[in-house]
Design a protein around this ligand. Structure first.
Ligand code: SF4
Length: 300
C-alpha cells in the first residue's frame, strides 16, 4: 500500500497498546522479545491447542469421540517438535486431554464448515485479516486466529481454548471476544477452559458462553477504528513512547507475571538501554494470523 500508513494489529497487540504504549513499542515496533523467556506455559498451551484441533478435526470428519481422541494422541509426537517441554509435561497434557475427551464425550458439537480455495474445511484455527479502513491516508487491518467455530441452533459460536496453570475466568467482553465475534458475524463467544491441575478438580474443565449484544458490536467497531487511528497517529508523530518517563511501578501485570520489558524500560541512559537490549532481547518472530489458507471474513 504505497503512500498509505499501514497498521495491522491483532487483539493482543491492541490490548498491549491500550495497557502500556511503551511495552507495545518494545514488543511490536522494535520487535523485541526476551532471550530467556519462560515459555513453559505457552508451550503447554500450544500442545493442548494442537490436541484439541486434531480432536475436533476428527469429529468434523465424522469420527466417534474415542477414534477422534486416538487420532489426536497419535499427533503428539508432531506437536513435541514445536515446543521444549519435559516428559512430565507431556504426561500431564496427554492425561488431561484424555480426561477432557471423556468428560465431553456425550456432547454433540457441530463444527462449522468453511469454503477455502482448497475445498471445504472445518472451521478450526481460522486465520483472518479484515480491512477496517482503506482511505487516502490509512490502511488498517484487524487480524487474528480463531480456535474453532461451531454451530448451535443455527447460530455460529466462536470458541477459544484456554489451557491454564491456575484457575481464573477471563473477561467475557474482552477485546478478543469483541473482535472475534465482530469478524465472524456472530454474538456468541465460548471460553473453553482446560486447567492443568495435577489432579482433576470440579473446575478443571469449564465452559463459559458470553453473549455480545448487537448494539455493543456496532459501538465496538467504531471504537476499534478509533483505537487504530489513535495508535497510528501516535506512531506517525513519533511520540507513542515517552522514553524519558518509564513507569516501573506498573511492572507487575498480575497472576505473578512481570512485564518482560522492566529492565530496559527503567533504564534512563540510552547507551545502557541499548546495551541491555543487545544482551537480553532478540528479534521477535513476525506474527502471521494464518498459515495455510487466507480466509476472507467480512464485517458489515
Ligand atoms: S515496565 Fe511498565 S511502563 Fe515499562 S514497558 Fe513494562 S508495563 Fe510499560
Amino acid at each position: 500500500m504505497p503512500g498509505k500508513f499501514t497498521l495491522r494489529l491483532d487483539s493482543s497487540q491492541m490490548v498491549l497498546a491500550l495497557k502500556c504504549p511503551t511495552a507495545h513499542d518494545f514488543a511490536y515496533v522494535q520487535n523485541l522479545s526476551r532471550k530467556r523467556e519462560d515459555k513453559v506455559a505457552m508451550d503447554r498451551g500450544t500442545v493442548m491447542h494442537g490436541l484439541l484441533e486434531r480432536y475436533y478435526h476428527g469429529i468434523w470428519g465424522k469420527l466417534g469421540p474415542s477414534e477422534a481422541m486416538n487420532f489426536a494422541v497419535n499427533g503428539l509426537n508432531e506437536l513435541k517438535k514445536q515446543v521444549h517441554l519435559q516428559d512430565d509435561d507431556y504426561k500431564l497434557l496427554g492425561m488431561r486431554f484424555m480426561e477432557y475427551c471423556m468428560k465431553y464425550r456425550n456432547d454433540k458439537i457441530e463444527i462449522a464448515t468453511i469454503d477455502t480455495p482448497q475445498g471445504k474445511k472445518p472451521a478450526l484455527e481460522v486465520g483472518f485479516s479484515v480491512v477496517l479502513v482503506d482511505n487516502d491516508m490509512f490502511y488498517f487491518v484487524l487480524e487474528g486466529r480463531i480456535d474453532m467455530i461451531t454451530v448451535m441452533s443455527g447460530h455460529n459460536v466462536v470458541w477459544d481454548h484456554k489451557a491454564q496453570g491456575r484457575s481464573y475466568f477471563l473477561f467475557g467482553h474482552s477485546v478478543q471476544c469483541l473482535n472475534y465475534t465482530l469478524v465472524s458475524n456472530t454474538n456468541m463467544f465460548m471460553h473453553n477452559y482446560v486447567r492443568l491441575h495435577q489432579k482433576v478438580q470440579p473446575n478443571t474443565f469449564d465452559r463459559k458462553l458470553n453473549y455480545m449484544e448487537r448494539w455493543l458490536q456496532i459501538r465496538w467497531k467504531k471504537k476499534v477504528i478509533d483505537y487504530f487511528y489513535k495508535i497510528a497517529s501516535s506512531r506517525m508523530e513519533g511520540r507513542f513512547v515517552d522514553k524519558d518517563f518509564p513507569q516501573p511501578a506498573c511492572a507487575d501485570i498480575g497472576y505473578g507475571k512481570k512485564c518482560p520489558f522492566t529492565d530496559v524500560c527503567s533504564e534512563f541512559d540510552i547507551g545502557r538501554r541499548n546495551a541491555i537490549i543487545g544482551l537480553n532481547y532478540m528479534p521477535r518472530k513476525a506474527w502471521e494470523p494464518w498459515s495455510f489458507d487466507e480466509i476472507g471474513l467480512e464485517i458489515e
